[in-house]
Design a protein around this ligand. Sequence first.
Ligand SMILES: NC(=O)c1ccc[n+]([C@@H]2O[C@H](COP(=O)([O-])OP(=O)(O)OC[C@H]3O[C@@H](n4cnc5c(N)ncnc54)[C@H](O)[C@@H]3O)[C@@H](O)[C@H]2O)c1
Length: 257
Amino acid sequence: MQDLADKRIIIGGGATGMGAALAVRLVKLGAKVIVGDRNAEGLQKLQPELEGQAGKAIPFVFDLSDDASIEAIVRRCVDEFGGIDGLAIPAADTSPATMAADDTVLKMDPAIWERIFRINVIGPGMLMKAAIPHMVKAGGGNIAVVSSGAAYLGMHYVPGYASSKAALNALVRHTARLCGPDKIRVNGIYPGRVVNDRKPNVPEARPEIVNMPATNALRRHAVPDEAARILCFLLSDESGWMTGQIIAANGGSEMRD
Ligand SMILES: NC(=O)c1ccc[n+]([C@@H]2O[C@H](COP(=O)([O-])OP(=O)(O)OC[C@H]3O[C@@H](n4cnc5c(N)ncnc54)[C@H](O)[C@@H]3O)[C@@H](O)[C@H]2O)c1
């Protein structure tokens, strides 16, 4: 994926997990990256891994649920690097508090659903809205989001989260169709269970998720870098004939055409 060298890329949600692994991989490949996250401490901890590499990474504290903040991260990329070629959006509200409160539809709390949709769907949409005109100016670009098998699985818990990921998939397909003529490709992955190496499990997190057994074909969970590799593929010209797709990269947890 040599073509990622010098590419100007924003990561929305890069302090921990798959976004952090992606940031590390991209700077090693020579990309110029704005690593955005609301977790300032996480960004600070990650920074040493991003330094001394072929590319350049700039940490940026921002909140995907805040429109002014979204404008600010896009402006930072343009001011610093002169434009935008790529956008990755791994962020979602997966906080234990939200996951615990995202109960069955019979106990549905509109405030929780509104918060989840604000971060997981409206935020990515607004970030795309702000970044796409700069990709058009650059002659094209690539967008990659992180979705979830929850969108398809019909799980009996976290219905707000699952619905938000289904909506994110629809947003990917809409944007891919809309922006294809401008040479902008939009794709995503759904990664199965990924064990987060930079964020310890907290006691109030949902046990159904934390203790999920690895019943997939490979009989193990993924590490964030395995998702990051596929995100790199989607952000590079190697995937140039793909758009509007949500790739199942999930150890064969369920198999779809
Ligand atoms: N870990 C899994 O097993 C798993 C499985 C399926 C899908 N996913 C999806 O993968 C993506 C990444 O998950 P992860 O496990 O790497 O989690 P993570 O929590 O380590 O990474 C998400 C990052 O997004 C940031 N973030 C959250 N809300 C934000 C906001 N409002 N503004 C800015 N940054 C914000 C967090 O601070 C965090 O750094 C998420 O979209 C999640 O829904 C994860």
